[in-house]
Design a protein. Sequence first.
Length: 425
Amino acid sequence: MRPANDILTSELVVELPRPKTFDVRKIRKDFPILNQKVDGKPLVYLDNAATSQKPQAVLDAMMRYYLEENSNIHRGVHYLSEKATQSYEAARDKIQKYINAAHRQEIIFVRGTTEGVNLVVSSYGRNNIKQGDEIIISAMEHHSNIVPWQILCEEKGAKLRIIPMDDAGELLLEEYEKLFNSRTKFVSVNHVSNALGTINPVKLIIQIAHHHGIPVLIDGAQAIPHMRIDVRDLDCDFYVFSGHKVFGPTGVGVLYAKKSLLEGMPPYHGGGDMIKYVTFEKTIYNDLPNKFEAGTPNIAGGVGLGATIDYLNQLDMSVVNGHEQELLEYATDALTSIKGLRIIGTAKEKASVISFVLEGIHPHDIGTILDDDGIAIRTGHHCAQPVMQRFGIPATARASFALYNTKEEVDALVKGIYRVIEVLT
Ligand SMILES: Cc1ncc(COP(=O)(O)O)c(C=O)c1O
């Protein structure tokens, strides 16, 4: 018999995590679109917060679906329909596991983050918000987490209350706490700001809301490509994200919601698949999750999102995050040294998103000149006009980095910005 400490040691050795290195060259091979030239210059894709590129494995899965399985789901008894249903529902299971939801019925396929928010507003909001009620959102929301709530407020005579932020782009949590009163009925905030890059302390934001008995929706559109999301650890009531921001297809996304809440919510859309039984007098709605999935869904998109989760599962998100944080630091240092350049959004906790303005130069001109060098960034208000108003600017230029970006691409960006300055001043 081996001594106890010998067993312990050998077990420890087996269980110790092996250090993981991140091979960005290898990762880039997974994304064929990156390997192209724009006007003879290598494409430098830094518009990942708008949409991310797709790995070959996701494209293959979608092609395979159309080539070998295409059929309508749920209603068919034939071979293809069963295959398509299996693939689509397997994707739901993969998403459930990936975000650690307790039940597969808590995963509702939607078109994307925007539709996820609208579903919650239309179904939960219409049912629970009354005249005089208050909904808390933050000063750094994307329009898709402002306008749907505003429409509801107009309809019901309710009011939006806004968590303010400081000049670094960090939410003022003491002010947030002060917003709660007996009229508060909902909190809806983003996990990561698309315009500033700020990573919000959503776990704390949720805890504070729950302390007041108020449910919380987290807009995870910009968080999901950068970090592992655990909805049970966060204890959020709703979490929404888009497939296309996390290396998956466009036109498909996820609304996670606690089963107990979904059960009490009326359907969002009416139509096929969301029913059990229809007469002209009354309709019996289907069980979860189908109750919220009316009509033929984006089947290929769902299958593609499943393949995206497979792709993500073979990565270590903490290692990916380390690489992105290195890029963020490297780019922040380099951009800060450019005279006349001001970074908008300097929170301590940031995802790899850098918004900036150049003195005397319109962001659109920055984008256009960089495009001549094959560099893709985004310019404008980033669907976050209140953020622009808060910082007193009409627009920013935004470079956003994903796991496949490199320091050489940051160098190209910096060189390009110097060229912009040279051309325009
Ligand atoms: C923070 C945030 N929320 C919501 C959205 C809307 O996402 P979609 O257009 O995929 O619905 C975006 C898109 O940029 C975003 O960045």
